[in-house]
Design a protein around this ligand. Structure first.
Ligand code: G3H
Ligand code: ZN
Length: 285
């Protein structure tokens, strides 16, 4: 069933595993992720960015597509459809109105007080209709910016994290602690000491953005320090595109899109299954 993230993340936090957020970009991504979740008996979060939502035909269409596939595939595991990096109250309300069961309000580029005010307003609207909310503090590095090494420049400050979570009552919280979107240049340098502090100070399930390319030992450590949601997008995009390239370069005469999108879908499914096992969410639904 389509549900909010609240229960699945609290269960994950209590039981020492993480639920994957896998971003959807089109029909094949959605099919692959839903089937992986059902086969693995894993809860799952479908992440939808503003850009991907627009690409797929809008928030409303995206919800209808997810619902239709869940029906068709007889999905029994809990599925959340979550706005990824929501930029404004308006966008969050549009997503909720379209049927999203969860939203992220990303006020991380605002000063703390403004971030808190904005997040509060989103929580008020979302909680009124049972929709869960994720907030962010500090900056997740941009693609190609490399690994962030100066903690005070970009890493979330624990006392501020406590203030934001207490004042806004968000359901889960993403403190930026050195992860980046897209592939890492070298090894990621995650701020585990701060992650521990943030976990102790806030008590809510934590979210790890930029899940692509984080070594298993760091994933395990993050989970042990309260990270109950891990976001993965780029890794699925890379495996899908690699499959397309292989098919097209070995068969230049091919023109039926199903012949290369099918293998892309298989590749996404395999990648997602690997992540669900790594995060420990397999068998938890
Ligand atoms: O919000 C989405 C994620 O943080 C995705 O990060 O593309 O590096 O896996 P990624
Ligand atoms: Zn992110």
């Amino acid at each position: 069933p389509l549900v909010s993230m609240k229960e699945m993340l609290n269960d994950a936090k209590d039981n020492g595993y993480a639920v994957g957020q896998f971003n959807i970009n089109n029909l094949e991504f959605t099919q692959a992720i839903l089937q992986a979740a059902e086969e693995e008996k894993s809860p799952v979060i479908l992440g939808v960015s503003v850009g991907a939502g627009r690409y797929m035909g809008g928030f409303r269409f995206t919800v209808k597509m997810v619902e239709a596939l869940m029906d068709e595939f007889n999905i029994t595991v809990p599925v959340a459809i979550h706005l990824d990096h929501g930029p404004s109250l308006e966008t969050c309300v549009q997503a909720i109105h379209a049927g999203f069961t969860s939203v992220m309000i990303d006020g991380s580029h605002y000063p703390l007080e403004e971030n808190i005010e904005l997040t509060k307003r989103v929580v008020e609207v979302a909680h009124a209709v049972g929709v869960s909310v994720e907030a962010e503090l500090g900056r997740v590095g941009a693609q190609d910016s490399g690994v962030i090494t100066d903690p005070d420049k970009a890493y979330a400050i624990p006392s501020e994290c406590r203030q934001l979570v207490e004042e806004t009552e968000v359901d889960c919280f993403a403190p930026a602690l050195g992860s980046v979107h897209g592939p890492y240049k070298g090894e990621p340098n995650l701020g585990f000491d701060r992650m521990k502090e943030v976990m102790e100070l806030t008590g809510v399930p934590l979210v790890l953005h930029g899940g692509t390319g984080i070594p298993t030992k760091d994933i395990q450590k993050a989970i042990s320090l309260g990270s109950a949601k891990i976001n993965v997008n780029t890794e699925n995009q890379i495996s899908a595109t690699k499959a397309v390239r292989e098919v097209l370069s070995s068969k230049p005469e091919l023109y039926d899109p199903r012949k290369f999108l099918g293998p892309a879908r298989d590749a996404i499914k395999e990648t997602v299954i690997g992540k669900m096992r790594e995060f420990g969410s397999s068998g938890q639904a």
